[in-house]
Structure formats: structure tokens, C-alpha cells
Write a protein that binds this ligand. Structure first.
Ligand code: SF4
Length: 396
């Protein structure tokens, strides 16, 4: 698999394989392997890898899973992802997973972990609280205990005790993974026509359902290809997408934003794979501490992190500036409290800073987005036409 279209096609097929075929195969290939599923936003996959396991991302059923039973578990006024996750579980598409990790982000995810526990899905279910205290000796210690708790669950299944060497090896693999994903975005910042955001999305999402070693090989090839002069530049404005970090928009919507006249030069679609900025120290004799410290000191801004000392609106503004973007598209899943509660904070700050934006809501299973496409088209046209006008006027 050497040429870029073949790699992209391969990633497309794996990214939305709701039967999780690759992790099933991988687990069956060797005795003692465990497959552990995690939900958005972020989970330190390194620790599962070091324990002889494979961490697999679950991002809902998107527009590819019909919900029949899932609706019975939830009221109508919450987001869609928990319904499709339940549907996938009840249809036994998660049956090969040994355990499930629900990172703390909102009440919906917490309640979903409770349903998994009640229904005894998997050998373990862990609702994982992430620290909101950013002192290494308090929040960092707590985070290490949470990781040790998960490692204990896995040891009870396969008997593997993680060592410093194993953890550092896993950290190095994921460091490489993050470096190459960053490289893709850095290339797109200058030459967004070389690889569409839809392709980037498929490539990163595929990495959440296959072994990191295989994903790294794919990324090496992609990175090599996009150093060449590919594609033809188009008259589009560069934008950043923010707010879509958990329930994922349908791929058609991701594509529609670029078709409507924008180049998405940064986003938070697959935030978990890009959460840690820079490398995690893989040379220390305290690797769990290194992972915890990286989360505390090197995390991307996120609605799930209490960041009063480093406000997210300024961090997003810096991304806009650094990427040379002309505006922001706030895309939130319907009824997504973390995203929708942050939106006014961003928007008030951006009105003052003069950063242009639009906002809309989506649902993972809705693939009709003519109105959104028109809105995005009008946004990109307005930027092109009134580049010198104050953004406060354009943001009305
Ligand atoms: S989409 Fe939003 S509200 Fe729904 S589970 Fe995810 S973070 Fe929570």
C-alpha cells in the first residue's frame, strides 16, 4: 500500500468499521491480548499498550447505525452519541472488548458508564475522572492512581505487570504518532489543498481502531506523500473548527465545510489523538508521572478542562493566529452541554478581539446539511468581501 489514494481508502474503510474488525483480529492473533474501548475525549492509550492491550476509540455510530433500542434509554433532549453507543453494545458489536473506559466529560457519559455497569457489558467498566487540580503533587498524583486502577483491571485479565521499559516504549510510539499527526496539520496550514480535511479525519480516526504500530507506518507514508506538491490551490478562506470534540459530525458535514469555501486548518474533531501537545518524556523511571505531568502541562484547550488560569478563548485565538485562519466555525453537537456552555464565552471574547465566527449545531446521524453549507458559504464569502470590516459587525 504505497500510493496516497490507496492509503486513504484503507483508512476510510477502517475509520467507520463499526464491527471493529482489526481489533478483533489483533486480539485473536495471540493469547493474553486485551482490547479496551474508550470514549471521547481523551484517554492515555499508552498504558493499555504497555499492558499488552489495544485501546480502541468509540465515537458512536454516526450516520451509519440505525437506532432502534438506544432511544429507549434516553430522553429526547440530550445528544445522540449515547444512543448509538448503547445500540452498538446491544447489537453485540462490542463483544470482543474486555473493558470500557468512560473519561469524565459530562453527565451523559457518566450515566452511560452506569448503564454499561448495570448491563454487565465487558469484564470491567471504568468511569475515569481526570484531575481539575493542576498541581502535579495533587492532581497529578490522583491521575496516576486512576491509571493504576485501570492497569490493575487489565492485570486481572492477562496477568501482565507493566514495567518502566514497557511504558516508555509505548510512550515513544504514541509520541511518534502525535508528531506525524501534527506534521499533517502543519503541512495543511501552508498547503491545505494537498490533503482534504475529510482525508485527514479518516486517517486519524482509523488510528483509533488499529494498533499504533500499524497506524504509525501509514502516517509515515502519508507524511512523505504530502511533502510533495499535490493538488491545486483554490480560492478558499482558512478557518478553525471548534466544539466538535465528542459526538462527531457526519463525514458529509466535515466535507461540506470545505466544499462551501473554507479550508479547515485546525479542528477538534479527533481531539483525543492530539490532546497532548509535544512529546511525553519517555526517558524517565517514572513514566506514569510523565503521562500525568503531560496532561497537566501540555494539554490542548478543551471544554473538559477547568482552565481558569489559562482561558480557552485566548488559546483558541492563538491557534487562529498561528494557523493564519480568518475565522472560527463553532460546531456543537445538539444538546452538548460542554460545547454549548463554552460557546458564549468564546463568542463574547472573539467579538472583543475581532475574530470572525459562525456557529451551528449538528447531530451525528443527520446527513442533510444544506442550510449549514449555505451558512458556511455565506461566512467565507463575507470574509473575502469585507476583509477590512470590523469583525463585530460580521459576527452579528
Ligand atoms: S456530545 Fe457533549 S453532552 Fe453528549 S456525551 Fe459528548 S460531551 Fe457529553
Amino acid at each position: 500500500m504505497k500510493d496516497l489514494p490507496t492509503i486513504i481508502q484503507f483508512c476510510k474503510e477502517h475509520a467507520f468499521d463499526l464491527d471493529f474488525t482489526r481489533s478483533k483480529q489483533w486480539k485473536a492473533e495471540k493469547e493474553g491480548r486485551v482490547a479496551v474501548a474508550y470514549l471521547p475525549i481523551y484517554f492515555p492509550r499508552e498504558i493499555i499498550h504497555a499492558a499488552g492491550g489495544m485501546a480502541v476509540g468509540i465515537f458512536g455510530g454516526g450516520d451509519r447505525k440505525q437506532i432502534i433500542k438506544g432511544d429507549a434509554y434516553y430522553q429526547s433532549y440530550i445528544c445522540h452519541i449515547p444512543r448509538s453507543v448503547i445500540e452498538l453494545a446491544l447489537d453485540k458489536q462490542f463483544d470482543h472488548f474486555d473493558g470500557f473506559i468512560f473519561p469524565s466529560i459530562c453527565d451523559v457519559i457518566r450515566n452511560l458508564s452506569g448503564i454499561f455497569k448495570q448491563k454487565k457489558i465487558g469484564k470491567f467498566v471504568k468511569y475515569m475522572d481526570f484531575p481539575q487540580n493542576f498541581l502535579p503533587e495533587i492532581g497529578g498524583q490522583y491521575y496516576q492512581q486512576e491509571m493504576l486502577h485501570i492497569l490493575q483491571y487489565i492485570k486481572e485479565i492477562n496477568g501482565i505487570e507493566v514495567t518502566t521499559e514497557r511504558l516508555n516504549h509505548s510512550i515513544r510510539l504514541y509520541n511518534r504518532n502525535r508528531q506525524m499527526i501534527k506534521f499533517m496539520y502543519d503541512i495543511r496550514q501552508e498547503y491545505p489543498w494537498r490533503l482534504s480535511i475529510e482525508d485527514v479525519y479518516h486517517i486519524i480516526r482509523a488510528g483509533t481502531v488499529m494498533p499504533v504500530e500499524e497506524h504509525n507506518e501509514l502516517l509515515e507514508r502519508v507524511c512523505k506523500h504530502i511533502q510533495n506538491d499535490l493538488g491545486i490551490p483554490q480560492d478558499k478562506v482558512k478557518v478553525v473548527v471548534s466544539g466538535a470534540f465528542c459526538e462527531q459530525p457526519a463525514v458529509g458535514l466535515i466535507k461540506a465545510i470545505e466544499e462551501a469555501g473554507c479550508y479547515v486548518v485546525d479542528d477538534d474533531y479527533m481531539l483525543g489523538s492530539r490532546m497532548i501537545l509535544g512529546d511525553i518524556d519517555a526517558t524517565t523511571d517514572k513514566p506514569l508521572e510523565a503521562i500525568a505531568n503531560a496532561y497537566i502541562r501540555q494539554s490542548q484547550y478543551s471544554s473538559s478542562i477547568y482552565d481558569v488560569k489559562d482561558p480557552k478563548e485566548f488559546r483558541l485565538a492563538k491557534i487562529v493566529k498561528d494557523r493564519g485562519a480568518a475565522g472560527v466555525i463553532f460546531a456543537s453537537a445538539s444538546f452538548c452541554d460542554p460545547s454549548l456552555l463554552d460557546a458564549p464565552i468564546f463568542q463574547n471574547a472573539f467579538n472583543k478581539m475581532g475574530i470572525r465566527y459562525i456557529a451551528f449545531q449538528y447531530s451525528e446521524n443527520i446527513n442533510q446539511f444544506k442550510v449549514i453549507k449555505e451558512q458556511v458559504g455565506a461566512f467565507s464569502d463575507s470574509i473575502k468581501l469585507w476583509e477590512d470590516e470590523p469583525a463585530e459587525i460580521l459576527a452579528q
